[in-house]
Design a binder for this molecule. Structure first.
Ligand code: PML
Length: 248
């Protein structure tokens, strides 16, 4: 048995649309790891650079090993770009190559760049029309995933020169998202004001662009571009509830 540990921290009134999202984290761990992982999440929620949390939700739930799906980790590529504009053009090219229609790419980038505050989850956008498919301001939060062998993963990342928590967590999330049938591609940039690198994930590659958002902006988010004829209910269920361990 493993434990799904999930943290969400927000400011303001949690009963009012869940408050203003400031931090979230997801792990799937063994019982002996539980106290340390939960304490680390609580610390992260309490001492977040985006201010003090008024509301912290820490959820611990058992997950049966036989229900866990194994998913391969996406390989990583990094594209150095000289500006945000160049980064977004390069990201657009990759999204179009992944089958997202140019109009949907443009609508997605506009939606992400136009956010007034960070969402708790991802926007779902039709990969052909660019129409938003999820019906909330919260977005869809991808949950119940972790890396199968943390040490092997950290070594694998470190051999490629990557060591920060943003990439560690984003590659796990993107690998789960792209294992879902119905997702053509993902576009994401961080809500950390100091972190300007973002990525496009496709079913075969996690492609980082060194500049996708302005330095100092606390607004970030993710968009999943959805293929036509996708059963949305089934997809959202997979993203939220299917426990997944990622293998490097
Ligand atoms: C990376 O590949 O460097 C991570 C990019 C985006 C991370 C998203 C986040 O921090 O929420």
């Amino acid at each position: 048995m493993l434990y799904s540990v999930r943290m969400r921290a927000a400011q303001g009134d949690a009963h009012e649309k869940g408050g203003k999202h400031i931090s979230g984290a997801e792990r799937l761990v063994r019982q002996e790891q539980l106290p340390a992982v939960a304490a680390a999440m609580l610390r992260r929620a309490l001492f977040h650079s985006r201010g003090t949390a008024d509301f912290i939700n820490l959820t611990v739930e058992t997950v049966l090993k036989e229900n866990i799906q194994a998913v391969a980790c996406l390989p990583i590529a990094t594209v150095a770009v000289p500006s945000i504009a160049a980064g977004r053009v390069a990201a657009q090219v990759e999204l179009i190559k992944a089958g997202v229609a140019p109009a949907a790419v443009a609508a997605g980038i506009k939606a992400l760049a136009g956010l007034k505050e960070s969402l708790r989850g991802a926007m779902l956008v039709d990969a052909q029309t660019g129409v938003r498919l999820d019906n909330g301001e919260r977005g869809i939060r991808v949950s119940r995933m972790d890396i199968a062998d943390e040490q092997a993963y950290l070594c694998w990342l470190s051999r490629q020169g990557h060591s920060n928590i943003h990439i560690q967590e984003a590659v796990v999330l993107a690998s789960k998202v792209m294992s879902a049938s119905g997702v053509a591609a993902e576009l994401c940039w961080s809500d950390d004001p100091e972190y300007v690198t973002g990525y496009v994930a496709t079913p075969t590659l996690y492609i980082r662009f060194t500049q996708l958002k302005p330095y100092g902006s606390p607004i970030g988010g993710r968009i999943f571009f959805i293929k036509e004829n996708t059963d949305l209910e089934q997809l959202v269920h997979y993203l939220q509830y299917q426990p997944v361990l990622i293998n490097v």
